[in-house]
Design a protein around this ligand. Structure first.
Ligand code: F58
Length: 800
């Protein structure tokens, strides 16, 4: 733990940085100047433990973990730093003495939105946990100039604008001008001295930017190294001198395109080549970097598996397999068999989806053109795997293979190149074994392991919910932030009225705070006494925001029909972005906004039912919404949500879940007990059975009076100013196709919502359930997850 810092000392350091790092005087400084100065002052506190961690790792030759991820959805770093170093009281007082509002300064930092959703946020939680547990780890990713797009609504339609988190200087990073790697693309493979030699046609530079990641109490500081693409040549002087400035700048522009923007979209074929280049760019730079570190104090490549564990976050860095084999063969002179064996002892792969369309595939032609040497190696790895299986008397079925139907299949490639393959919840791992990876699992029955996801309690409880945290500290004592199983102490207190009251008072205060923010940003007045019912996540058909909004419309119908019905007041809150190319998801957003507008405009709904959809959901907004939520909507089609992590964050903050038996909901149900969660709908087996039998959504719609009524209203333009065409695609899809079985689950979802209403009517019972949701959440700390990876996957021993 770094030395205690007195507020006066921090104020002085902040003032110093304001003048000497930012170049402003206190009288001229804006909020962002103060925030940057404070960040610098805090960063200074992280550097010594960072250096100490690095020395310790070298001195003890600790096995290193490298987490390769296209996405790190880290949000505001000032928050992690202040929180993990325990600096909040000092920073608050220091800024107050300088006449600056601490809370405003904390919110001034733009979110680093270098990720789309759960996968990217998981990587960020893992960084926090790896530092907290003292694991020698690096995160490796891309320093996108522009993170996930900024969302706004125009007439209820999603509009996307480029995000610009680097517009102000980013105070946490260190540019490493010495760590620059040339990364090649295209060209051809020749042979020299009997060895294959790849001669790329095009080269860009990968330049490293390091961000220190302090763990809880700053005991250990790891590094997040992000790569930015730079041209090998700043510009061409010859065209410049001719006055052709565009041509002079072209090489730089092309090179920089590689790290320009985070891909928000997995649905369009455009940009496929650029995405493949992004993947190779950061994977190759990371491997070269870590191999340099490895060879700086080992000379036997055979030691790699015992000194290094590489985790591939989804298939995005799957080219690591062939790249590692290429380095060992072409640059280090090893034979293929040895190189492949080393790769297979070092690499590990996490799968995050069972949806076949989301498993990456590249046209073989594209792969061969952009990465010709890798294509050769992929063919060789695949052939070697097939031969190995034949020799073992277990020949591969035709369904297995890295290259099939003219495509390179990154799921199969990752599987055959990895020592361990893991799913992210018990159900998901089970389904991996039985569905997408069935044949590979039969060939390698020990390779697939489960590591149920988790979330960092430092950000998702301690920092975002100080009020509840104080109540927890009273009950569980200090230190639960790094030992979340201690929440179990709350269980017996569920029966204690005074304790329940304290928990609910914290919730109420958070709700008032959120209600004020909703008033200020959305112009809506909501009653903090109403149930806050939230669904916050990417907009996707399988997540079924559509089912939510259809139930909302049905509820509105019911409330209008029977104005005296004892329906508890609710505020239904949505948050989330749709991929720009995902037309159906964008149509659903528009429908939510249309139905919301209609309900909010109905005077009879005042104080009874309100719909809120603040634009541009991000990590910071999640930190506002989650502590104030009463009900957590986790209503995906069973078998489709690999895990979910928002479900864990919400339960940890005392929200009750309404959900299907999908992803980690299954384990949340097991942890909190059937009485404290609202489970409904088809399970994964029902879904596949129904699909096999031939699912008829029209029949389900017809059978449900409530759903039929809403569909008829949508078709009649009740929510769209009489325009019956506007939502036609959504309605037609629901009645004619409905792959995600909204119609089949609608009535049981409705019933579950009425069970929610009944439970809400008993405030004591609800509070008891809320406490019984928080108490068993130790299991969903990412510390537990990372200990699992350390033990079962990486074979490293945490220092703490
Ligand atoms: C998510 N995947 C899963 N993918 O959907 C979620 O169930 C799970 O909890 C989480 O991973 C962590 O394991 C996810 O977020 C993406 O964002 C894709 C990244 C590549 C582009 C398309 C979206």
């Amino acid at each position: 733990m770094p030395r205690e810092l007195a507020p006066a000392e921090l104020a002085e350091a902040t003032r110093h940085h304001l003048v000497y790092s930012i170049g402003k005087t206190p009288d001229a400084a804006k909020l962002s100047d103060w925030r940057l100065a404070l960040s610098r002052a805090i960063r200074d506190r992280i550097v010594d433990p960072w250096v100490a961690t690095t020395r310790h790792v070298y001195a003890h030759d600790l096995k290193r973990v490298y987490y390769l991820s296209m996405e790190f959805l880290i949000g505001r770093l000032i928050e992690d730093a202040v929180n993990n170093l325990g600096l909040e009281p000092a920073a608050r007082e220091a800024l107050a003495s300088l006449g600056v509002d601490f809370d405003a300064a904390m919110l001034d930092e733009p979110d680093a939105a270098l990720g789309n959703g759960g996968l990217g946020r998981l990587a960020a939680c893992f960084l926090d946990s790896m530092s907290t547990l003292g694991i020698a780890a690096h995160g490796y990713g891309i320093r996108y100039d522009h993170g996930l797009f900024r969302q706004s609504f125009r007439d209820g339609w999603q509009i996307e604008d480029a995000e610009d988190w680097l517009a102000q200087s980013h105070p946490w990073e260190f540019e490493r001008t010495e760590a620059v790697w040339p990364i090649g693309f295209g060209g051809e493979v020749t042979t020299r001295d009997g060895r294959p030699r790849w001669e790329p046609a095009e080269t860009v530079l990968a330049a490293a930017y390091d961000t220190p990641i302090p763990g809880w109490q700053g005991r250990w500081v790891n590094t997040l190294r992000l790569w930015s693409a730079k041209p090998t040549k700043i510009f061409d002087l010859e065209p410049f001198n001719r006055g052709d400035y565009m041509a002079a700048a072209a090489p730089a522009v092309l090179a920089q395109t590689i790290s320009r923007v985070l891909y928000p979209d997995d649905t369009t074929p455009q940009g496929k080549e650029l995405r493949l280049k992004q993947e190779y760019f950061f994977t190759a730079a990371s491997l070269r970097d870590l191999m340099r570190r490895f060879f700086s104090d080992h000379d036997d490549a055979g030691l790699l598996p015992s000194r290094v564990a590489i985790q591939l976050n989804d298939t995005h860095p799957a080219i690591a397999g062939p790249e590692l084999v290429r380095i060992l063969m072409d640059e280090r002179g090893l034979g293929f068999d040895e190189a492949f064996a080393i790769a297979r002892g070092t690499l590990h792969y996490t799968n995050h989806t069972l949806m076949p369309e989301a498993l990456e595939k590249w046209p073989a032609e594209l792969m061969a053109r952009v990465l010709p040497r890798h294509m050769q190696i992929i063919e060789r790895m695949d052939a070697a795997h097939a031969a190995e299986m034949r020799a073992a008397g277990r020949p591969r079925p035709d369904s297995v293979g890295c290259i099939r139907d003219g495509e390179v299949r990154m799921g199969d490639l990752s599987f055959i190149a990895a020592r361990r393959v893991n799913g992210v919840s018990a159900l998901h791992t089970d389904l991996m074994r039985r569905t997408v990876f069935r044949d590979l699992h039969a060939l390698h029955p020990d390779r697939i392991v489960n590591q149920t996801n988790g979330v960092t309690p430092r950000r998702w409880l301690r920092s975002c919910n100080p009020k509840l945290s104080a109540v927890i500290t009273e009950a569980a004592g200090e230190g639960w932030e790094a030992d979340l199983d201690r929440l179990a102490a709350l269980g017996p207190l569920a029966g204690d009225a005074a304790f329940r009251e304290r928990v609910m008072a914290a919730k109420q205060a958070n709700k008032r705070h959120l209600a004020d923010w909703i008033g200020a940003t959305c112009g809506l007045t909501v009653d903090p006494g109403a149930m806050f019912d939230v669904q916050i996540k990417r907009i996707h058909e399988y997540k079924r925001q559509l089912m939510n909004v259809l139930e909302l419309a049905a509820l509105w119908n019911e409330m209008r029909r029977d104005p005296g019905a004892p329906v508890p007041p609710r505020v239904r809150i949505f948050g989330g972005k749709a991929a720009p190319g995902y037309a159906m998801a964008k149509a659903i957003i528009k429908l939510i906004n249309d139905i919301g507008r209609t309900i909010n405009a109905d005077p009879a709904m005042k104080g009874r039912l309100a719909v809120v959809y603040p634009p541009n959901y991000n990590v910071t907004m999640a930190e506002r919404l989650i502590p104030a939520a009463d009900l957590s909507e986790q209503i995906s089609t069973a078998g489709m949500e690999a895990s979910g992590t928002g479900n864990m964050k919400l339960a940890m903050n005392g929200a009750l879940t309404i959900g299907t038996m999908d992803g980690a909901n299954v384990e949340i149900h097991e942890a909190v007990g059937a009485d404290n969660i609202f489970i409904f709908g088809l399970d994964a087996e029902d879904v596949s059975r129904l699909r096999a039998e031939g699912y008829d959504p029209g029949a389900h719609v017809a059978r449900s009076g409530r759903l039929s009524e809403v569909v008829a209203q949508i078709r009649a333009g009740v929510f769209s100013d009489g325009d019956g065409e506007r939502h036609r695609a959504v309605a037609d899809n629901l009645t004619g196709h409905d792959w995600f079985m909204v119609a089949a689950d609608f009535d049981t979802y409705w019933d579950a919502q009425r069970r929610v209403d009944a439970a809400w009517a008993d405030p004591n019972g609800w509070a008891r359930k809320a406490v019984l949701n928080i108490a068993p959440m130790g299991r969903f700390s990412s510390d537990r997850t990372i200990r699992g990876y350390a033990r079962d996957v990486w074979q490293v021993t945490p220092q703490f």
